[in-house]
Design a binder for this molecule. Sequence first.
Ligand code: PGA
Length: 248
Amino acid sequence: MTRKKIVAGNWKMNLVADEAIALVNAISQLQQTNSAVELMFFPPALYIQSLKHTTLKVGAQNFHPAEKGAFTGELSINQLKDVGASIVLIGHSERRELFFESNSFLKEKVDAAIAHNMPIIFCCGEPLSIRDAGNALEFVTQQLTESLFHLSPAQLVNVTIAYEPIWAIGTGKTATVEEAEAMHKGIRNAIQAHYQSSETAASISILYGGSCNPSNAAELFACPNVDGGLIGGAALDATSFIAIANAF
Ligand code: PGA
C-alpha cells in the first residue's frame, strides 16, 4: 500500500498579505523534484481567499465545530470552504495548550470536518515531562483514542496524522530519527490494534513535525513510517520549504 507523501507548512500567526503572496509566489517558482509529494500550506485564515489560486493545497489552521451562531471571533467549516480551504488542522499543541482544546472538544471538530467531507490533519504529541517519564506512546495513543478512533475505517481515510512532540516545536530540538520512527510505528500499531486491520493502518499517512528543516528532513523522511512533515518556522522561507519537500 503506497501512502501519500505530504509536506505541509503551518504559517501560524505570521506574515501580512503582501508577504503571504510573495511567499506563495516564491514557492511556486521553485522546482519540486519529487512530484509525488503533495504540498500544502495553512496561512492565517484571512489570507486563504487571496492564496487559493496556487497549485498548492490551502488549508485552515483552526475552526469552530458548530455550523453557525453565537461564537464571536470563530469561523465555521462552511465559511472556510467558501473562501477556498480544502483541508483543516485539528489538535495542534498550541490550540491544546494555549486555547485549552481538550480531547473531547477535538472530537467534536473531527466530527464536524467529517460531516463536511473536509480532510483533516490531526496533530498529536507529548510534552517533555511525559516523554521523560517513559509514557509518550501511551499519551499519544490516548489522544488518538479520545478524538479520532471513534471514526469508521471509511471515515478515517480522510485523516492524516501529524506527530509533533511538544518539546520539539519551535525549539530547534528535533526528535532523533529513532524517536520519530518508534513513535510513528507505535501510532501505526495503535491504528492496527484498534481497527483490527493492517490495511487501514498501512493506508494512513503519518507526518512528523517539530523543528523539521532542510538539514534533518532527509533522514526523518527516510524512516519507513514517516510519510512527510508538518513544518512551522522553516515553511516561512520558500527555499527551505521546497528543500524539505525535495528531501524525499
Ligand atoms: P516548527 O513548528 O517546525 O517551527 O517546530 C511545527 C509546528 O508547530 O507545526
